[in-house]
Design a protein. Structure first.
Length: 255
């Protein structure tokens, strides 16, 4: 009788330990797979800030970063992979975090790259998301996903298509106009005149990769005219400034 009670007590003790271990394991699993708004997101489980310093990797990039520091309006022209957009957004985030500007405004033309995507379902934000995705990627690399979501909810970071910029005056803001080679001369003129007090505007693009007809793209013409103004910096990057895979630079020289 005593032996049976002892065995039962040991079994219950072992079962209790297993139950505690299972409970702890399930609790840890629930924390790791935190479900919010119907889906799991890694941003819900870590709050990391990407504050690594950005340094120029070429003379052209160094000239671009210096021009952004010294001028209110900068045009960055160059082939793909030269870091035009990334450096502009990095400078924008740096200015916002330092309190030099009150908000960041990013704009990009909603132009399809040589093929029609057809009807896109969803609300307006869902339809524009594929066109604005490169800007989100650059911002996520500079800020954690959680931090980016909070700043956008507060209106401190705004991403808008070019068509929504008319009639606005952007004061105390860091404005980045990306893929400007897909804007007409009239659109770029409209965007440049949005610049307000205590603001910085960076216009980036590659005139050789326009998705418009060559005669419709206004980036080259605008850059040539503004190059004569002392208060405007026009930085032209070349193949030596490409920081992507070395094959990118090689291909651009023959394509």
């Amino acid at each position: 009788m005593a032996k049976r009670s002892t065995r039962r007590a040991r079994a219950e003790s072992r079962e209790g330990v297993l139950n505690v271990q299972d409970f702890q394991r399930e609790e840890q699993r629930a924390r790791n797979l935190h479900v919010v708004e119907g889906g799991w997101s890694p941003a819900n489980d870590r709050d990391q800030r990407f504050v690594k310093s950005v340094r120029p990797k070429s003379r052209g990039q160094e000239a671009l970063m210096s021009a952004i520091d010294d001028h209110a309006l900068v045009l960055a022209l160059g082939p793909a992979g030269t870091g035009k957009t990334y450096l502009a957004i990095a400078k924008a985030v740096e200015a916002l975090e330092a309190g030099k500007v009150g908000r960041i405004v990013l704009s990009r033309p909603a132009v399809e790259a040589g093929e029609s995507l057809g009807f896109l379902p969803g609300a307006m934000e869902d339809k524009l998301a594929p066109y604005l995705r490169p800007l989100y990627d650059a911002l996520t690399d500079r800020l954690s996903a959680k931090r980016l979501k909070a700043l956008m909810a507060e209106g401190l970071i705004e991403i808008a298509p070019v068509g929504f910029m008319r009639g606005r005056t952007l004061n105390n803001a860091f404005v980045v106009i990306d893929e400007a080679q897909n804007c007409t001369y009239g659109q770029i003129k409209m965007l440049l005149t949005r610049l307000g007090w205590h603001s910085t505007m960076v216009v980036t693009g590659d005139p050789a990769q326009t998705d418009l007809l060559p005669e419709l793209s206004g980036l080259s013409a605008v850059a040539d005219r503004l190059d004569e103004l002392r208060n405007v910096a026009v930085v032209r990057l070349g193949d030596a400034d490409i920081v992507r895979h070395p094959l990118v630079a090689s291909m651009l020289t023959v394509l």
